[in-house]
Design a protein around this ligand. Structure first.
Ligand code: ATP
Length: 435
């Protein structure tokens, strides 16, 4: 099938002229160095599907950094080179492209990162995950736009199949299991029969992958438009359970993730919200296991922990007799995503009314008096100031103080109760400062 198809019109149709122009220029520059130059991976797949994908992955049969430097000069682009991987990223006027050196790979042991050597495009394509991602397009002047399809990727796109290139693929790199589910669900494809069999055979190979790499895959899943589809399929195939045996990708989760999208002002919702919904049913101890396995960053871990501890408060929050100040007390200090997740998850309508009240109103309530004004009124600097401010906030929350003068009266009362004698020159000072 190699060379039978030319995609130059498709490139023109689905990619901006700036990127098309850049690829032609780069192909000529590489040809001047007697190096083959190609567009590879996901963007080729998406071009054949008639979709725009601006994530250009380019491969050169030669030194990617040296070529990148020459191109950066021609385009006045910023270059970020990674000598360890022999790759370069070019950025200019809001555009960004990645250039890599064509490479061949071998795996010393399952799950390890591969040993890498410079190679030809054929070798570079043979190390890829799925046939639909293992196509390339020539960018050299004489053959610009010609499709290289060594593994039947185009036919698999037509048949809507996700197929590995060989039977050891998941053993070499089990992150491909998660990747396969992502493509299957995103594109509404099927895992090809033998690929599905291999996946089920090799699912335990996921345990050979470091937590960091699994976290990375999970984040990619949660960045999908409909992550619940991937998670549901992952449960069905026993993949999710490799993360933690108590995780479920069930209908409850699907509904909650969809509701999170409706509720979210920043669309899509943060990874924290999705992940906290996924881990909602875990016990505190199970959650800690998962956090340390995935080596989750501190702030994300805090969201998950807050979510679980707030879950334990939901029953108390469902008490219809609660005063607003008690609702405030239970919820303030919790991270916002944790509150949102509990709002989505809670079944009791009173608890959800209380959470709404907190989110819409209570969290913004503040006393009119400040710490400075309390000191001017005679409260000694130190912990007493916070104590009085808390009292004032409580009174505001419960509607017992609605104006500044109510607060001033409360402070005088507090001073009197605490037997603090206010010097004459301070007794009127706050009133004098009033606007
Ligand atoms: P997406 O649309 O999800 O960004 P992509 O195909 O661009 O898809 P990347 O993760 O950016 O995916 O990877 C670029 C290419 O690198 C893939 O198309 C695939 O050919 C190859 N690749 C990425 N990860 C692996 C892997 N674990 N094993 C083999 N090949 C991989």
């Amino acid at each position: 099938m190699s060379g039978a198809i030319n995609l130059s019109d498709t490139i023109e149709k689905y990619l901006p002229a700036e990127l098309g122009g850049f690829m032609r220029l780069a192909g000529e520059a590489a040809a001047g160095r007697k190096q083959g130059f190609y567009l590879v991976g996901g963007v080729v797949r998406d071009l054949l599907l008639g979709q725009t994908n601006l994530d250009l992955d380019l491969v050169v049969e030669g030194d990617a950094i040296a070529l990148g430097q020459a191109l950066a000069q021609a385009r006045q682009a910023k270059i970020t080179a990674h000598p360890r991987f022999n790759t370069a990223k070019l950025q200019w006027d809001g555009w960004s492209v990645d250039i890599a050196t064509a490479r061949s790979e071998s795996y010393a042991r399952p799950g390890a990162l591969p040993d890498v050597k410079p190679g030809r495009i054929q070798e570079d394509l043979s190390r890829r995950d799925f046939t639909i991602n293992a196509m390339a397009v020539y960018l050299s002047p004489g053959r610009y736009g010609e499709l290289i399809d060594l593994y039947g990727g185009r036919a698999d796109l037509e048949r809507k199949l996700v197929r590995v290139l060989h039977d050891r693929s998941f053993i070499d790199d089990a992150t491909r299991i998660w990747r396969g589910l992502r493509y299957e669900q995103r594109l509404d494809f099927q895992l090809e029969e033998n690929t599905l069999r291999l996946l089920q055979r090799d699912v335990s190979m996921l345990d050979t992958i470091s937590g960091d790499r699994i976290r990375n895959e999970l984040e990619l899943v949660l960045k999908e438009k409909l992550p619940e589809k991937v998670l549901r399929r992952a449960e069905e195939l026993g993949v999710l359970q490799r993360l933690h045996p108590s995780l479920k990708g069930n209908r409850w989760l699907s509904e909650k993730l969809a509701q999170a999208r409706h509720l979210s002002h920043t669309s899509p919702p943060s990874i924290g919200i999705y992940l906290a919904l996924l881990t909602y049913r875990l016990s505190g101890q199970e959650l800690e296991c998962l956090i340390s396995y995935l080596r989750l960053p501190k702030s994300l871990s805090q969201v998950l922990r807050d979510t679980i501890s707030l879950k334990d408060t939901l029953q108390a929050l469902a008490d219809p007799e609660l005063k607003p100040s008690q609702v405030y007390q239970m919820l303030h200090g919790c991270s916002l995503p944790a509150i949102t997740v509990n709002l989505l998850a809670c079944e009791a309508s009173t608890a959800s009314q209380h959470i709404h009240l907190f989110l819409d109103k209570l969290r913004y309530v503040k006393p009119a008096l400040t710490g400075d004004s309390l000191i001017l009124m005679g409260v000694a600097p130190g912990p007493g100031v916070k104590q009085v401010l808390d009292l004032l906030r409580q009174a505001r929350l419960n509607g017992e103080a609605t104006a500044k003068r109510d607060e001033q009266a409360m402070v005088s009362d507090w001073l009197a109760r605490n037997r603090i004698k206010v010097p004459a020159d301070k007794s009127n000072v706050e009133r004098r400062h009033e606007p």
